[in-house]
Ligand binder design. Structure first.
Ligand code: ZN
Length: 534
């Protein structure tokens, strides 16, 4: 018996996400900490329901209907619904995927943060009438906007603890249980303060405690990212990352910290553009995921994040970058390795290494803090001068100067020569991985720019059979040259040159497209199974 067309269609979509076990070494924790961890996983599970409700008012009833549907079609659709946290395929520009009887509307760009029947203009006009704390509240991270009863055209902000009361009370109780169990003071403090925040809607103190967290268990739970609010980017979606700190990898980062000023002083740019005194490095943590939920587990998986988003906390305490090592390893095994089998020349495939992949991602994060941040001789920031071109150029800068920096460190013996030997090829394979996410993302635009530049400078070659390889004699110079070109545009705040460079380079060329076409059967991302959370 062959499967129904509905099942086949969903399975084709699902095949793009390779199922993978995500595990962390929970047995290394003392028993009390393990108990605390299981309370945290329970609290994290509650974020799934909150997030579903935030994405669309109809999500919960649709989920219930799918769960009750015992046909093979219902089972397949339920699986893909859970992966996407709603009835729209996030990899396919939010195309709805349920059978017609579910009558799924287009994905609402206002999510469930604003009234379903309101328009953006109407809400914006209302925002514009508000001032001071009332405006802050309405546009704040932690309120939803509803129509004011009995007042046509009027709106009212409702705080999260009112909207999501039942779930937040339960989540807060679980965080307090975990706080009572852990023997780590900084973790206890964060959990107590975060439990308070769930009920008071004031997240400031718990964000500060999160920045100061220093414990084997490293949880991140609450309303954070604002991507689901497509209208304004104001409203924070609930998510959770329950993770364990990887001490060995985190220690490696300390080595980088001591090298930063030395790297800045030798950047391949005009000496006057170098910064004689770098600001403090945002703390970097390497962790292994035990469990993620809500906004942290929908569609393409997060491999690293930088929080909090609250400007006040960032100004006072900075922000923290968290690298999810076991998630990155899974992506490397399930996506990058098969890509290299298709995209790279046979001799280059053996040079693709996880160590190079991971270390380069770390260096990418570090390099965001190096190079020109201000336009030379002016008070303007590079970001404001380069406007819409900033994102792609800054991502390209972090990548390409990351390669440059790692080679410098390998020369000094700070990192292993093996990384310098394998990183260019690993980076080349990874370009195809990023470009597949689509040129709407700044990362992908930055990647295609770099790939085209390296092709134009003879540092990457395409063989007759279409496979790509690194040209060893040319790659190092081309990497330094592109680092110089981008950083010089940034130092000059040269918007016209930035536009011209992107216009010329952000194009998927035929030889790149040929590889993308051959990658049809290679997964785009992973579907994690959190085996340590059981
Ligand atoms: Zn970046």
């Amino acid at each position: 018996m062959s499967a129904s067309p509905v099942v086949t269609a969903i399975e084709t979509q699902l095949k793009r996400f390779a199922p993978v076990d995500i595990a962390a070494d929970v047995n290394a924790l003392p028993p009390k900490e393990r108990e605390a961890l299981s309370k945290l996983v329970a609290a994290a599970r509650l974020m799934d329901g909150l997030f579903l409700d935030q994405v669309w008012a109809g999500n919960t009833s649709t989920l219930t209907a799918l769960a009750a549907d015992r046909t093979p079609e219902g089972a397949a659709e339920l699986h893909y619904f859970i992966l996407n946290k709603g009835p729209w395929s996030r990899l396919d520009e939010d195309a709805p995927f349920l059978r017609p009887q579910f009558q799924v509307p287009p994905k609402p760009p206002q999510a469930n943060f604003y009234p379903e029947d309101a328009t953006k203009e109407e809400v914006e006009a209302w925002f514009n009438t508000l001032k001071g704390p009332v405006a802050d509240d309405a546009k704040g991270f932690f309120t939803v906007i509803r129509r004011r009863p009995g007042q046509p055209g009027g709106f009212v902000p409702i705080p999260y603890p009112v909207v999501y009361q039942n779930t937040l009370v339960k989540a807060a109780a679980l965080l307090r249980d975990a706080a009572a169990l852990t023997e780590q003071p900084s973790l206890r403090k964060y959990l107590q303060l975060r439990a308070d925040a769930f009920l008071s809607n004031d997240y400031y103190a718990s964000d500060v405690a999160w920045m100061e967290l220093d414990a084997p268990i490293e949880p991140t739970i609450g309303p954070y990212e604002t991507y689901e609010d497509v209208w304004f980017g104001y409203k924070a979606a609930f998510e959770a990352f329950v993770t364990l700190r990887d001490d060995a990898e985190t220690k490696k980062l300390g080595v980088f910290g001591a090298e930063l000023q030395g790297l800045e002083n030798t950047l391949p740019i005009d000496a006057k553009f170098r910064s004689p005194k770098l600001g403090a490095l945002a703390p970097l943590r390497v962790v292994n995921v035990v469990f993620t939920a809500g906004d942290a587990n929908r569609g393409v998986q997060t491999a690293a994040f930088n929080l909090p988003n609250d400007d006040r906390v960032v100004r006072e305490k900075g922000s923290k970058r968290v690298m999810l090592k076991n998630v990155q390893l899974a992506k490397f095994d399930k996506v990058l390795t098969p890509i290299s089998g298709v995209a790279l020349a046979a001799a280059d495939r053996s040079k693709v290494s996880f160590d190079a992949f991971f270390t380069h991602i770390l260096m990418h994060e570090v390099m965001h803090g190096l190079g020109p941040q201000q336009v030379f001789g002016r008070a303007d920031g590079v970001r404001s001068m380069l406007k819409d071109t900033y994102g792609a150029l800054e991502e390209a800068k972090a990548d390409i100067s990351g390669l440059w920096a790692l080679h410098q460190l390998a020369d000094k013996g700070t990192i292993s020569a093996e990384i310098a030997r394998t990183m260019y090829t690993t980076f080349l394979a990874s370009s195809f991985r990023s470009i597949r996410f689509g040129l709407t993302s700044a990362h992908a635009r930055g990647q295609v720019l770099q790939l085209n530049y390296l092709l134009d400078h003879g540092a990457v070659a395409v063989a007759a059979d279409g496979t790509f390889s690194i040209v060893d004699a040319k790659i190092r110079q081309a990497v330094a040259d592109l680092t110089r070109d981008i950083m010089t545009i940034q130092a000059n705040g040269d918007y016209a040159s930035a536009q011209a460079l992107l216009k010329k380079m952000v194009i998927v060329r035929p030889e790149v497209q040929r590889i993308l076409d051959r990658l049809k059967d290679v997964p785009v991302d992973i579907e994690p199974k959190f085996v340590s959370a059981r």
